[in-house]
Design a protein around this ligand. Sequence first.
Ligand SMILES: NC(=O)c1ccc[n+]([C@@H]2O[C@H](COP(=O)([O-])OP(=O)(O)OC[C@H]3O[C@@H](n4cnc5c(N)ncnc54)[C@H](OP(=O)(O)O)[C@@H]3O)[C@@H](O)[C@H]2O)c1
Length: 279
Amino acid sequence: MKVLLAGCAGQLGRTIQESWNEHELIVPSESEFDITDWPTAKRVVEDVRPEVVVNAAAYTDVDACEARPELAYKVNALGPRHLASACLLTGAALVHISSNCVFDGSASRPYLEFDPANPISVYGASKQAGDQVVRDVLPRHYIVRTAWMYSALGRNFVKTILRLGAERPGLSMVADEVSSPTFAPDLASALQALVQEPLYGTYHLTNYGECSRLEFAREILRLAGKPHFPLEPISLRDYQRPSRPPLYSPLANTCAAAIGVTVRPWQEALAELVPQLLG
Ligand SMILES: NC(=O)c1ccc[n+]([C@@H]2O[C@H](COP(=O)([O-])OP(=O)(O)OC[C@H]3O[C@@H](n4cnc5c(N)ncnc54)[C@H](OP(=O)(O)O)[C@@H]3O)[C@@H](O)[C@H]2O)c1
């Protein structure tokens, strides 16, 4: 399958490049494939004529989005609109990556693909707008929401906790923000399975299970040989930051599971990565 990748330099983009070996992957740089520029997006998709476009590009600095809403909407909503429109012109399907942050976090069970979105941050609202324009423009879409992504590449929570665990005597950790940590290589592999099926729509793809930031940090440090590292539980209310994340946003992967695409528990994936990062 000929696949065109947008956002190749990001955490997921780099992971896809490492793992989608069964496909012919076309990987323009961000400067060659700026998704916010319609003539560029259209020209690149028309030139490449892929069967599938994967949009791993996004403005992902959640706190910075609060101060720069125009840029957030430009990259996270206008960009997907350009890609969806170019796909419509050329007959390609679009895999568009979205986020747990489209939900408000007030649920008492993991969010289903069919639950209404209600974002509470600029980032979440811009991602929700991106989902909506993709749905409006292109029937052949896979909108794939994920959460708390980490890998050996780029900056992420796992690497931060390992670094701080080595530098500091103890850490305060949010105990009431809960979601589903997701190992980027597991997501990349599930995406690869998903695009084999012409079953379009919205999907949730995360590692199985849920935990709080505190439980996530505790497991990272346990795997790093520091089971007794002092962690002080705090509330999200006490953790000052410009944006407000959803309090409870685990994602139930029901639509993928219905076609046999499942992702292993988050603890198993983490146990694979932490020794690699330490070794
Ligand atoms: N990371 C998470 O925890 C998480 C959780 C839920 C959902 N997601 C979603 O998963 C997807 C991938 O996330 P990620 O962690 O891989 O993000 P990332 O590491 O920030 O990668 C995003 C990439 O998109 C690029 N980009 C920004 N503006 C662009 C433009 N106009 N045209 C082309 N490329 C552009 C960025 O380049 P620059 O760095 O040069 O700006 C960056 O290389 C995103 O849709 C994100 O919303 C991520």
